[in-house]
Design a protein around this ligand. Structure first.
Ligand code: NDP
Length: 500
C-alpha cells in the first residue's frame, strides 16, 4: 500500500468511498452532503467541450521538421535558417463536415494542419489535402458549410442542398471535381498530400517579398479508397484513419512528408493570366516549379487524445518573422475567424494550453480571462509603456510596407479580367491532362452516384445546372455524367442557351 497514490477529490482531499453514495440507512435517499457524488456527476456533465463547427473529427501526432534545402534567398524565417535544422511540430488531420463521432472514410476534403514550435513563435500551417477550395470569398463560407452539414428540417445530410449550392456557385467546380475523384476518399491520413492552399508570402533579410504556395507531399505515396471500398470501411471501422495513424507511429513506422514551395514574384503576380490570390486556382507546376524545403516526420503519438489533439488550435494568423500573408480573400477572412473560433471553443487563453503554448518566450500585456493558468505574469506591470519591466520592441523584426494596387474600395472588380471568373479551365485540364482512364471513370461514377441523391421539386433544375458546369469544364465529362444520370444533355443545353 505504501507506494500507491491516494485517491483524492479534485481539491486534493483523500477519500475512501468512490462507488457508494451516502444514504439514510442502507436503502434510503442520498444525502445532499455527498460532495464527492456531486463532483463526479458535475464534472462528468462537463467532459465535452463544444465540438469544432468544421473539422470536428481528427487525429494528431507530434514530430519533427528538418530543413533539407537552403531557401534563405526567399525567407529570413529562423526555422529555415540552415540545412539540418530541426523544429518540433504537432500535426492534426481531420475530415471536414462530419461530427466528432463520424466515419473517417467519408467523401470529404481532409484538414492538414501543422504547428511548428519555432524560436520566433508558433507558426501554424493550416491547410487541406486539396490545393484549392470551394469558395473564394469568406463571406460565402458560412452558407457553403451549412450545405455540408445537416438539413434544418430533416437533420440529415442533403445531397440536394450540396448540389444546389455548388451548381449556383460555379467557382466550386475545381474543388468539387477533386472531391469527386478518388482523392475525396484517401486511404487514411498517411497517404495524402497536404497543401497550404492559400497564397502566402515570404520576406528575406533584404526585406524582399515573394508569394509562396506550400506543398506537403506524402512520402508513403498517394493511396485512395474507391467509393465502394470507402463505404465498406465505414461499415467495418469508423475510425480507420485514427487507427492507421496511431498504429503506424506506435510501431515506429513514422510517416513523412516532403515539404516544398512554389514561388512567385510580385511582378509575376501582376502578369499571370489568372488571379494568383484566388483560392479556387492552382499555380501550374510548369510555370512555378516545386522547390524542396525539408521533411516532416511524425514520430510521437499524443499520450492523451483530449489533452493534445482535441484541445489543439491552429490559426493561419500565426505566422513568424520571414513568413507572411497575401491578399487571398479567404486567407484574410480566416485570419479573423480561426482565433475567434478558438476563443469561443477553448476560451480567451487557449494559447496557454500545453499543445498550443509557445515553448519559447511570450511577453505581452494581455492578462486575466477565464482559465488563466500560467501565473498571469505575477507582479509584472500590465500596461505598456512602463518604467518597470524590461520588455522592448525589437526593430529587427520590422517588415516592408505593402504596396496596394488600387485606392478604390468596392465589393468586386467591375473591370475583372476573364481569368478571375474562369472557373472551368483548370478543372478541365485536371480531367483531360492529369487523370488517366481509370481515374476518369471513377470520377464519373462518383459524380453520378453523388448527384443521384438530388431529390424533390428542384431535382431537374439543380441537376441540369450542374451538368452545364461539368460540360463547360470538359465536353466529354459533361456527356458521360449526363449519360450516367439518364439525362439528355442536348435538351438541357438547348434549354439553357446562356450556359453554352
Ligand atoms: P501537372 O501535371 O504538373 O500537375 C498535375 C497534378 O495533379 C499532379 O502533380 C498531382 O498533384 C495532381 N493530381 C493528380 N490526380 C489528381 C486528382 N485526382 N485530384 C487532384 N489532383 C490530382 O499540371 P499543372 O500544375 O499544370 O496542373 C494541372 C491541373 O492539375 C490543375 O488544373 C489542377 O486541377 C491539378 N493540380 C495541380 C496542382 C498544382 O499545384 N499545380 C496540385 C494538384 C492538382 P500532386 O503532385 O500535388 O499530387
Amino acid at each position: 500500500m505504501a507506494n500507491h497514490k491516494k485517491l483524492t477529490t479534485a481539491s486534493g482531499r483523500p477519500y475512501i468511498e468512490n462507488e457508494n453514495s451516502k444514504t439514510v440507512g442502507p436503502r434510503g435517499p442520498i444525502l445532499l452532503e455527498d460532495y464527492i457524488l456531486h463532483e463526479k456527476m458535475a464534472h462528468f456533465n462537463r467532459e465535452r467541450i463544444p465540438e469544432r463547427v468544421v473539422h470536428a473529427k481528427g487525429s494528431g501526432a507530434f514530430g519533427t521538421f528538418t530543413v533539407t534545402n537552403d531557401i534563405s534567398r526567399y525567407t529570413r524565417a529562423k526555422l529555415f535558417s540552415k540545412i539540418g535544422k530541426k523544429t518540433k511540430v504537432f500535426a492534426r488531420f481531420s475530415t471536414v463536415g462530419g461530427e466528432k463521432g463520424s466515419a473517417d472514410t467519408e467523401r470529404d476534403p481532409r484538414g492538414f494542419a501543422v504547428k511548428f514550435y519555432t524560436e520566433d513563435g508558433n507558426w501554424d500551417m493550416v491547410g487541406n489535402n486539396t490545393p484549392v477550395f470551394f469558395v473564394k470569398d469568406p463571406k460565402k463560407f458560412g452558407d457553403f458549410i451549412h450545405t455540408q452539414k445537416r438539413d434544418p428540417f430533416t437533420n440529415m445530410k442533403s445531397p440536394t442542398m450540396m448540389w444546389d449550392y455548388w451548381s449556383l456557385n460555379p467557382e466550386s467546380l475545381h474543388q468539387v471535381m477533386i472531391l469527386m475523384s478518388d482523392r475525396g476518399t484517401p486511404y487514411g491520413y498517411r497517404h495524402m498530400n497536404g497543401y497550404g492552399s492559400h497564397t502566402f508570402s515570404m520576406i528575406n533579410d533584404k526585406g524582399e517579398k515573394v508569394y509562396v504556395k506550400y506543398h506537403f507531399k506524402t512520402d508513403q505515396g498517394i493511396k485512395n479508397f474507391t467509393d465502394e471500398e470507402a463505404a465498406q470501411m465505414k461499415a467495418r471501422d469508423m475510425d480507420f484513419s485514427q487507427r492507421d495513424l496511431i498504429e503506424h507511429i506506435e510501431k515506429g513506422d513514422y510517416p513523412k512528408w516532403n515539404v516544398k514551395i512554389q514561388v512567385m514574384t510580385p511582378k509575376q503576380a501582376k502578369e499571370v493570366d489568372f488571379n494568383p490570390f484566388d483560392l479556387t486556382k492552382i499555380w501550374p507546376h510548369g510555370d512555378f516549379p516545386l522547390i524542396d524545403v525539408g521533411v516532416m516526420e511524425l514520430n510521437k503519438n499524443a499520450d492523451n487524445y483530449f489533452q493534445d489533439v482535441e484541445q489543439s488550435a491552429f490559426a493561419p494568423a500565426h505566422v513568424v518573422d520571414g513568413l507572411g500573408y497575401s491578399p487571398d480573400k479567404m486567407l484574410q477572412g480566416r485570419l479573423l475567424s480561426y482565433p475567434d473560433a478558438h476563443r469561443y471553443r477553448l476560451g480567451a487563453n487557449y494559447e496557454q494550453i500545453p499543445v498550443n503554448r509557445c515553448p519559447f518566450a511570450v511577453n505581452n500585456y494581455q492578462r486575466d480571462g477565464s482559465m488563466r493558468i500560467d501565473g498571469n505574469q505575477g507582479r509584472k506591470p500590465n500596461y505598456y509603456p512602463n518604467s518597470f519591466d524590461d520588455i522592448e520592441v525589437d526593430q529587427s523584426y520590422a517588415e516592408p510596407s505593402d504596396e496596394l494596387d488600387s485606392h478604390i474600395a468596392d465589393w468586386y472588380d467591375r473591370n475583372s479580367k476573364i481569368g478571375d471568373n474562369d472557373h472551368y479551365s483548370q478543372p478541365g485540364k485536371l480531367y483531360r491532362d492529369v487523370m488517366d482512364d481509370e481515374a476518369k471513370t471513377h470520377l464519373v461514377n462518383n459524380i453520378v452516384g453523388a448527384m443521384s441523391g438530388i431529390e424533390g421539386e428542384k431535382k431537374a433544375e439543380i441537376t441540369n445546372r450542374q451538368l452545364c458546369h461539368w460540360f463547360r469544364a470538359d465536353e466529354e465529362l459533361g456527356r458521360r455524367v449526363a449519360e450516367g444520370l439518364n439525362v439528355n444533355l442536348d435538351q438541357v443545353l438547348e434549354a439553357m442557351p446562356q450556359h453554352h
